[in-house]
Design a protein around this ligand. Structure first.
Ligand SMILES: Nc1ncnc2c1ncn2[C@@H]1O[C@H](COP(=O)(O)OP(=O)(O)O)[C@@H](O)[C@H]1O
Ligand SMILES: [Mg+2]
Length: 303
């Protein structure tokens, strides 16, 4: 559904996306992770036909991105929920959706059918005459999703769709994402939430314009942590300086504090027991499976 080969985007002399290649299958939930400025939004804008790539080959929903005509064709095939909130607050839900329908040149009958189907899909239970500004944040995001899929696109690009949304609403939003994938839609989503990334079939980790890792969440964990990972949990209060002193110890291959705990991988497995013993009075240690947060930290630190 998406095929990107040696693709770069320059803004003047600045390289925002630097020679990336990847593909996304039909019906896949593909996650894009990376710090702010990594190049996620720029990539999405190209794949939606809003920005021309400086270099490389792009095919979306079978359409090669090589002319202005292709740009129009791609826009019909893709839905885009932008990182910025794009609904009109001072219009009603109905007015917003019918405006989007006009942009996509949907005829009245198709529009009403799609509108009712999608509002039912997201279980929108309020009056259509509700002003967008009166809706809670999570519902607004669902209406934005409805707007992005109104024209029944094959590929849906969601750029930080749950930023600033409550945990319950984030979970609800992800149920919708999974339903869409089950309907055969291809989902391309960016997020800063690791619990969300965990729900993607594959994830690309992006750093300063490059993809530094791309695989399933499980494979990324295995790849980044081939050896055992331990969690040390403080038995009581510990000071910040205590953790800082531990951090510089030479035994660690990986060390990351999380509040009163830290995760650690060791250079030599023979050092583990001795270290555990040394810290026994202050910390309880156990072997754990790495989280995606560990993977993310490690990838962005080491490559
Ligand atoms: N239109 C633009 N002109 C110049 N630089 C841009 C433009 N859009 C984005 N950038 C820069 O490109 C880099 C990647 O931005 P972006 O794709 O928005 O990253 P992300 O979505 O991962 O946070 C950033 O350094 C950003 O400042
Ligand atoms: Mg962005």
């Amino acid at each position: 559904m998406v095929l990107v080969e040696n693709f770069s985007v320059m803004f003047g002399n600045f390289c925002a996306v630097d020679d990336i290649s990847f593909s996304v299958k039909r019906g896949e939930i593909f996650g894009f992770l990376g710090a702010n400025g990594a190049g996620k939004t720029t990539t999405i804008r190209v794949l939606c036909g809003l920005l021309y790539p400086t270099k490389g080959k792009v095919t979306v929903a079978g359409i090669k991105f090589d002319s202005k005509d292709a740009e129009m064709a791609i826009k019909r095939k893709v839905g885009y929920m932008s990182q910025r909130f794009t609904l009109y607050n001072d219009l009603t839900v109905e007015e917003n959706l019918s405006f989007i329908a006009t942009l996509h040149r949907l005829d009245a009958k198709t529009y009403l059918k799609r509108r009712d189907y999608i509002l039912d899909f997201i279980s929108f239970a309020r009056p259509l005459t509700s002003f967008v500004r009166s809706l809670p944040g999570g519902i607004k995001q669902q209406i934005s999703l409805a707007a992005a899929i109104l024209h029944d696109p094959d590929v849906v690009f969601l750029d930080e769709p749950t930023a600033g949304v409550t945990p319950a609403m984030r979970a609800r939003f992800w149920d919708l994402i999974k339903d869409l994938a089950r309907l055969g839609k291809t989902i391309f989503v960016t997020t800063h939430y690791m619990d969300e990334a965990e729900q993607c079939e594959r994830i690309a980790l992006m750093r300063t314009g490059k993809i530094v890792a791309l695989d399933t969440p499980d494979n990324l964990k295995k790849m980044m942590f081939p050896d055992k990972l331990y969690e040390f949990e403080a038995r009581g209060e510990i000071s910040y300086s205590y953790i800082q002193k531990l951090k510089v110890r030479p035994e660690f291959e990986y060390f990351e504090p999380f509040g009163l705990r830290f995760h650690a991988a060791f250079k030599e497995s023979s050092e583990v027991e001795e270290f555990k013993k040394e810290l026994e009075s202050d910390f309880i240690a156990k072997e754990i499976r790495p989280t995606l947060e560990d993977v993310f930290i490690r990838t962005t630190e080491t490559k």
